[in-house]
Design a protein around this ligand. Structure first.
Ligand code: HEM
Length: 215
């Protein structure tokens, strides 16, 4: 039985490739998101991170969650700051999260109530993604939207590169320390695959919204 971090990587890589190939993500990668489209993405990510992080904080005393929990990972406040900078202080009134984002947030809240160990799967998909490909996206988004310094890109800012690597390393080491039975470990991997599928559906909705924004 391989360690959980390696198992997550191997088993979710096909789903990762699929998400990377979605039109919305491809547009983001080629610097093709307009400011309104990027704000729609952040407004959808916000309830997802809020639900994930409220669950992680609530269960930070549980061994599975404690193994991967680290305050510098938390992104909700950074997303809110980026949205205030890019959209305005009233972003909560002027932007709506996509339905798939709200459904994802509800799912996370349900996991926090009924199966908190599975929150680990979503922490893996989001935070390790933000610490990996997210660092490239930061440069692309800043370049294409003409953002300077940290303004509007705090979401991707986990500190200097050494700290980004250290956080990713600790997250992987934490996953490997999780002392759960095989059924729970298998359920975490399945949940991570489903997390990628949820992202795929969300990116589908965001692409439709992006197309509607284009002149
Ligand atoms: C924008 C397109 C994307 C690109 C170019 C990209 C690129 C990458 C790369 C190069 C890695 C490997 C880093 C390493 O070996 O340490 C990686 C890892 C990862 N990415 Fe992405 N990614 C993208 C989108 C996403 C999205 C949307 C998610 C989540 C929904 C995601 C989740 C992850 C995860 C969880 C890992 C860690 C895999 C592991 O080592 O276990 N990525 N990504």
């Amino acid at each position: 039985m391989s360690a959980l971090a390696a198992r997550l990587r191997t088993q979710t890589w096909p789903a990762h490739r699929q998400v990377e190939a979605t039109p919305f993500v491809r547009a983001m990668l080629r610097g093709g998101l307009s400011l309104p489209a990027y704000c729609l993405l952040l407004a959808s990510l916000h309830p997802i991170y809020a639900a994930l992080e409220s669950g992680l904080q609530r269960h930070a005393g549980r061994p599975e969650v404690a193994a991967i929990y680290a305050e510098p990972l938390l992104r909700e406040a950074a997303l809110a700051a980026d949205l205030a900078h890019l959209q305005g202080a009233d972003w909560r009134g002027t932007l709506k999260a996509q339905p798939q984002a709200l459904a994802y947030a509800e799912h996370l809240a349900a996991l926090a109530d009924a199966a908190p160990a599975l929150l680990v799967a979503h922490a893996y998909v989001r935070y390790l993604g933000d610490l990996s490909g997210g660092q490239t996206l930061r440069r692309i988004v800043a370049g294409s939207l003409g953002l300077q310094g940290d303004h509007g890109t705090r979401f991707y800012d986990f500190g200097p590169p050494a700290q980004v690597s250290a956080l990713a390393g600790s997250l992987r080491a934490g996953l490997d320390r999780i002392d759960a039975d095989e059924a729970t470990r298998a359920a975490i991997v399945t949940e991570a695959e489903q997390a990628f599928a949820r992202h795929e559906r969300l990116f589908g909705e965001l692409e439709t919204a992006r197309a509607a924004l284009s002149p």
